[in-house]
Design a protein around this ligand. Sequence first.
Ligand SMILES: Cc1ncc(COP(=O)(O)O)c(C=O)c1O
Length: 354
Amino acid sequence: MYIRAGAGLSEDASALGELTQGRSEQGKGRPERMHTMKKSLWTESLTGTEPIGRSLLGCIGNTALLRLERLGRNYPNAEFHGKAEWLNPGGSVKDRPALEMIRDAERTGRLQPGQTILDATSGNTGIAYAMIAAASGYHVKLCLPASASEERKQILAAYGAELVITPGDEGSDGAIIRAREIIAAEPGKYFYPDQYSNPANWRAHYKTTANEIWEQSGGRLTHFVAGLGTSGTFVGTTRRLKELNPAIRCVSLQPDAAFHGLEGWKHMPSAMVPDIYDATLADASLTVKTEDAYRLVKRAAREEGLLLSPSAAAALDGCFQVAASLQPGEQAVFVTIFPDSGTKYLSERFWDEV
Ligand SMILES: Cc1ncc(COP(=O)(O)O)c(C=O)c1O
């Protein structure tokens, strides 16, 4: 049988024991067509026993870096790019930290077979936990605010997660407090990744997101711009990018007000500040108005064919703000993160209102 060179079993695939029966049967008699593939991509297996296909969890990361073709035309000195994180199997950037936190806990013995994974999440991390847990044999219990979108709740339920809904007006902080109460009542029953305090959250981006950006941009990026939720994306990616090139300007983004519609983002002055957040890392910190992000969601869909989430559009708005302040003649190559796509936000009212 033939396998893709360099795409050998990932750590996750082998850890999960995903070797399927009948592989050698699948491999038999097929290579004829494969022989026409380029040598650099395909190699002949010596044993004929390797699995074909990729493991689900092995598909996390290595997302496309999309280049904007039209939306940035008002800024001729700048190029704009976004990591299409909806291409992760759980549909968001959160697959990366969720996998890193779970694997780290397994390695260090903090997560044992039979334990339940419990955390507070506004949605995407929960979806990632639920997907990874289903693929790894764990039960998941999640505290999330009632304000989280219906689509997200439905996806979580589909993966079999148990949901504890907390008051919408308490936001993600209310969900965190509830999760801590549940753990305190029965500590041995749960593994609490605590994405707001867990260094494995930002390390996932330090190890993967940043290095992908560096390679995919050929080291040409001048600016990295990202929104703050737990801050894991910004902190981990910035730490690594600054090691690779300290001249890269790293700009963090927040909503402009405590009450906002940028799901996944935190307004730090009025919120419980995550332990992993390091405010000293950013070269600049900007705010984004929810309305501006909503307008950009619609423009991105119609002018670029990109169905962005509000937080992805807000990240792009942040890039445009920085581009507007470039010095005359200054060239800039922006990279941002598109944390998820617009598909989970289709029932929101802004589509008709902005
Ligand atoms: C849609 C969305 N955007 C942005 C973020 C922020 O990412 P981070 O928590 O790494 O700061 C999140 C986090 O949950 C999110 O769900």
